[in-house]
Design a protein around this ligand. Sequence first.
Ligand SMILES: NC(=O)c1ccc[n+]([C@@H]2O[C@H](COP(=O)([O-])OP(=O)(O)OC[C@H]3O[C@@H](n4cnc5c(N)ncnc54)[C@H](OP(=O)(O)O)[C@@H]3O)[C@@H](O)[C@H]2O)c1
Length: 290
Amino acid sequence: VTESDPILVIGATGMLGRPVVTSLYNQGKAIRALSRSRSDATARLPQGIEIVEGDIRDPHSLAVALKGCRAVHINLRATRRDEFISVEVDGVRAIVAAAEKAGIARLSYLSAAGIESADPKLLPVQAKQLAEAAIMSSSVPYTIFRATHFMESLDLFVRGKKAVIIGQQPIPFHYLAAKDYARMVTRALNTAEAVNQAFTILGPEPFTMREALKKYITIARPDLSLTSLPLWFFKLLSRLTGKADMLHVATLFDAFRQIPEAGNTEPANRILGAPDTRLEDWCKERRPRI
Ligand SMILES: NC(=O)c1ccc[n+]([C@@H]2O[C@H](COP(=O)([O-])OP(=O)(O)OC[C@H]3O[C@@H](n4cnc5c(N)ncnc54)[C@H](OP(=O)(O)O)[C@@H]3O)[C@@H](O)[C@H]2O)c1
């Protein structure tokens, strides 16, 4: 394994995979992306990224993607309830097994803040805990990023001309900018001190979801109005309509209100440099240009 061997990014096309690809790319690293759709990945990623079409549920495509790589970064998300186990857990287990076989020197993984002390009866918690356990018990040197809520996720609350909060969401989160996280991933891949660490990554200031969305609307999207739906109503609606994506969203919001941030940010901030993008400044960058 040499420094010039590529880094494989699984989930490179994702909302939180793309900033990592961009950061690594800007550092001059050779990058390979695994995606289920070559055309989609080509359209979404910078030119010069090698794309391998494949699926983590197909061991052959995983082996092909990992061949000759020095490191792998995992950015996976379930999009339906049943995928918490089939994609986030079984997928990570398959990647770990293939990485061991391929002699990969470093593996990094995006988990979530508070996971280590949250209730495993919550499916999103269970999935991240099992995925982390598979990584920690492997022989591949790893870095786990237990990142809090991302500023980028505020875009996902938008439905038409509304920003919709589901359920009472009273917990404050230190919203994190994806570019800060991506810089930390890039640094971790080249830092010996980051090996076999599970880092807690939080942004500089705490906000409840409502406070964060209010700021986002005021500064970046004044065309939106803020509204909230009771969780029980949204769950009922998702059951009645039988929509898998709605049920998935209900599962996530139910978890968000029960997973406070935990852990100590000191090791990550010292070794990788603390995230410093403030929500206000991030929102200003999103302001529509007139
Ligand atoms: N949003 C937040 O505030 C936040 C906070 C902390 C942690 N997280 C965690 O961040 C992770 C990533 O989120 P995201 O927003 O980047 O998700 P995303 O935009 O949905 O991206 C998910 C990626 O997974 C890949 N993928 C899914 N199934 C796959 C399969 N079978 N084979 C290969 N690739 C597959 C997709 O690649 P292709 O479609 O190209 O195949 C896609 O690039 C999630 O686990 C989430 O829990 C999010």
